[in-house]
Design a binder for this molecule. Sequence first.
Ligand code: NDP
Length: 287
Amino acid sequence: MSVVIDGKALAASFRADIAAQVTRLGERYGKTPCLSVIIVGDNPASRSYVRGKIKACREAGIESRLIEFPDTISEEELLSSIARLNADADVDAVLVQLPLPSQIDSNRVIDAISPEKDVDGFHPTNVAALFLGRPCMAPCTPKGIIAMIDSTGSVIDGARATVVGRSNIVGKPVAKLLQDRGATVTVAHSHTRNLAAVCRDADILVVATGHAGLVTADMVKNGAVVIDVGINRTAEGKLVGDVDFAGVSPKAGFISPVPGGVGPMTITMLLANTLECFKNRNEKQNK
Ligand code: NDP
């Protein structure tokens, strides 16, 4: 039977450390890190994610400012709001909750956030830096996934890793982070032939597709570390991942649950990135 990676407990220990750093740096610089979150419209899932982020900030001693717009907002108005936050010396980090309404070009919005305040690590400057191996703001979910794998004591260096999913926010960056840590990485997607064999080859299997129960026990190597990123709601309203947890658990070495796995670690890395933005900005100012 596998060990369940308790994302909530791991998140709590990271958050305690972040809160201690917030206090220490607050004393050094005489101010508190500040994250501005923009939300557009009333999407219930987005609202719930944002509530979680704001609560986590409060608990870590990070100031958060919520800016709410109706879903009728124009792209220009949204871009002006971002420009104001970029120029605001009291704001360290800026997050625009996605998805955005159809009249707004998300790429233009992401591009408008100052790379040094780009807490999600989605700006092309940060993405390019990540892929060039330069200092950057790495995206939260991939960072959280690496921390979860590390928490198992499994060695990434030299391991075979398969990432199922090639999105810009999860699949591609987590594959790059695993590669940077010395794993031999295969990135699978909807065109992959014989997905089961590609997954079975992996010592570390990261699944981020948005397809409930896609990965079944026959697709998992004995003893593998399985990280389930997917968030899917069943017809009964239950949250489930992309991995058949009950079937895969007896076979995997370690497995992350949904909920209570990657989700809490993603928010934790948002706090870590906010702190990093704060440190970078203050160290620059003190040079
Ligand atoms: P996207 O929809 O952007 O990407 C999904 C990827 O999965 C694509 O690359 C797609 O392939 C691949 N895929 C889809 N179906 C299959 C299949 N049958 N076999 C193999 N590959 C397949 O999703 P995201 O990366 O944004 O998110 C993935 C999941 O993770 C979602 O459930 C999302 O809610 C969740 N998520 C959870 C987070 C958390 O904090 N816990 C954070 C972010 C996301 P192709 O490119 O060929 O279309």
